[in-house]
Design a protein around this ligand. Structure first.
Ligand code: ADP
Ligand code: MG
Length: 575
């Protein structure tokens, strides 16, 4: 929690003003009952109207001043609190942006969202409340006791009995509430997780008729959160009447004992009324502080979760001094690369060595789960290798600035991801300053121009969130166009033809080959037809290279390749 306090630094000036105004407010409020006692004792009891008018209007002024300070104080503390929240959110967001995929896998997307929104809100709420209470309540409590004592020493004994009772009661209730509050964030995480999975997986859920069980799963998480909140609120609700009873009993006893003292002529009426008010102020401030202390653990749990996000040092970061590649373009080399996912028993790929050069097409083929995607994810350094090294343009990817490395690569991921916006915007994502010609050229090669032209507004047609208004093949072609528009030295296409029909697949590859004569093309594919005429085919099996060469060579030497081929092509085609 305290580590988040560094975010207050830009608001130091505002903070000092908050303290000044709240201080002024509490002093004014402490002064009011004394003034009232004067008016009652010296004005009303003696029938001096002039005195009442004079001190009465004085009281009014002090009251107005106190309200003014209270308003300005709240205003300033809101500015500080909201600014604090905004800064923390910014910081968390930019930290998450720098995460590598490993860190995303670790914390989880749903939890990252809760942490950036709800957790920060919790801390922010506490900050806004805390700023007010932390200054105001202690002054009111201590000041109130001192002032009450100055009005009548004997009556102060009542407070000496009531306050400990109150503290014990509140303390024991807080002991029950705090663990419940702490559990709240985790339960909220769960609700978010289920909700997110449901929203993104709605098609699958419908197709498999899992609506009912998914509903049940959500209901359970939701119920869990609700039960917890209800428990907390029940206890909180019981505090209030208990406090009112205690306060009323205190009032009665002050009036009872005060009345006796007045009839013995050792106390004045005005002083008793002032004493009553001081007692109330003291008790209110204690309640305020308790509310704060109940809220602190929840915010504390949130603060820990925020700090967890901020503390993660991305395992993949830029070297202090990036090495230049010295003008070489389009060279990719794997030297005895082995890599395993964190926590996995076996390496996902092992002992991979090969080199790809400009103008060549390297195809990677292999069964699902054989490590094809893993292998090519190592080139843009989405993950770091375990041993061996990956060289791009002659430089180890770990010695290059990530930005520079990724600028060399046109990457088409296995699942095409589009962003909400127009078709043109999505293609321009690959290159900010692409002209309209460049965009339509890229679309042309990616065989996308036909269906784009058929859309209602052409390149200005809107793509909905996640590209749901396009077919799988259309999405694939747009994400290929997005990579093409960059004109990088290295193209990586991860199974990007899987949703295309054979004709489009063939046309696309022919156009691609013409376009990329000076670049290196690395294509992952399932279909033999797609890879057959590549300059180099790498056959992967369980993370290992079991064959490398041209189609003809592999047919003679590689059993796995022959099996893949014979499962897909008929006898005549093979011959
Ligand atoms: P392919 O693309 O050839 O179908 P992948 O490279 O995606 O295969 O997967 C290779 C292996 O690595 C699989 O056994 C898979 O379970 C595992 N794997 C893939 N992604 C992850 C990940 N993010 N975390 C842990 N294991 C993974
Ligand atoms: Mg894959």
């Amino acid at each position: 929690m305290y580590r988040l306090f560094r975010f207050f630094r830009p608001y130091t000036l505002n903070l000092s003003w908050v303290i000044v105004f709240l201080f002024a407010q509490s002093i004014a409020e402490l002064y009011l009952p004394t003034l009232m006692a004067d008016v009652v004792n010296n004005g009303m009891m003696k029938g001096d109207t002039g005195y009442i008018w004079k001190y009465g209007s004085y009281m009014l002024l002090v009251a107005l001043g106190s309200s003014f300070c209270s308003i300005v104080g709240s205003y300033l503390s809101s500015i500080v609190g909201m600014g604090f929240g905004k800064d923390v959110r910014d910081k968390v967001f930019s930290r998450v942006e720098s995460y590598s995929l490993q860190e995303f896998d670790k914390i989880g997307t749903a939890s990252l969202i809760t942490r950036t929104t709800n957790d920060i809100t919790q801390v922010q709420t506490l900050v806004v409340m805390g700023l007010r209470f932390m200054v105001y309540a202690p002054i009111m409590c201590v000041g109130g006791i001192i002032m009450a004592f100055s009005k009548d020493k004997r009556l102060t004994l009542i407070l000496a009995v009531v306050l400990p009772v109150m503290l014990i009661l509140i303390g024991s209730l807080a002991g029950v509430i705090v663990p419940l509050f702490k559990a709240m964030q985790v339960k909220l995480d769960k609700v978010n997780l289920v909700l997110r999975e449901n929203l993104t997986g709605i098609r699958v859920i419908r197709a498999f008729n899992r609506l009912r069980s998914e509903n049940e799963r959500f209901r359970k998480a939701n119920r869990d959160l609700t039960d917890n909140s209800i428990k907390v609120n029940k206890i909180m609700a019981s505090i209030q009447p208990a406090m009112i009873i205690i306060m009323n009993l205190t009032s009665i006893s002050i009036i009872w004992f005060g009345g006796h003292r007045i009839s013995q002529n050792v106390m004045q009426v005005g002083d008793m009324m002032a004493f009553l008010q001081y007692a109330m102020q003291v008790m209110f401030s204690i309640i305020m502080v308790t509310i704060m202390f109940v809220m602190v653990p929840r915010a504390q749990a949130s603060a820990t979760r925020i700090n967890e996000v901020l503390d993660v040092e991305p395992v993949i970061c830029d070297p202090p001094r990036g090495r230049e590649s010295g003008g070489r373009v389009g060279h990719v080399e794997f030297r005895d690369v082995t890599f395993s996912y964190p926590g996995a028993e076996l390496p996902a790929v092992r002992n991979i060595s090969f080199a790809a050069h400009p103008g060549e097409v390297t195809a990677i083929i292999g069964g699902t789960g054989s490590g094809k995607s893993t292998l090519i994810n190592l080139i843009p350094r989405f993950y770091d290798v375990e041993s061996g090294c990956v060289l791009v343009d002659g430089v180890d990817v770990r010695q290059m600035a990530q930005k520079e490395l990724r600028a060399k690569i046109g990457f088409v991921p296995q699942t095409p991801i589009l962003f909400s916006g127009t078709v043109a915007e999505n293609i321009r994502y690959g290159k900010d300053d692409a002209t309209d010609e460049e965009i339509s050229h890229a679309a042309e090669i990616a065989q996308a121009s036909e269906f784009i032209a058929a859309m209602k507004n052409g390149y200005e047609s809107l793509i909905s969130q996640g590209g749901t208004n396009l077919s799988g093949g259309q999405k694939q072609r747009l994400s290929i166009a997005r990579a093409l528009v960059r004109r990088p030295g290295i193209y990586i296409l991860d199974d990007s033809f899987s949703a295309l029909d054979f004709k489009t697949d063939a046309r696309l590859r022919a156009a691609l080959k013409k376009e990329t004569t000076a670049s290196t093309l690395i294509i992952v594919a399932q279909r033999v037809g797609t890879v057959m005429d590549a300059d180099r085919i790498i056959v992967l099996d369980e993370g290992r290279i079991v064959g490398i060469g041209k189609h003809k060579e592999l047919m003679g030497t590689c059993v796995v390749y022959r099996e893949i081929v014979s499962s897909q092509l008929s006898e005549e085609e093979i011959a």
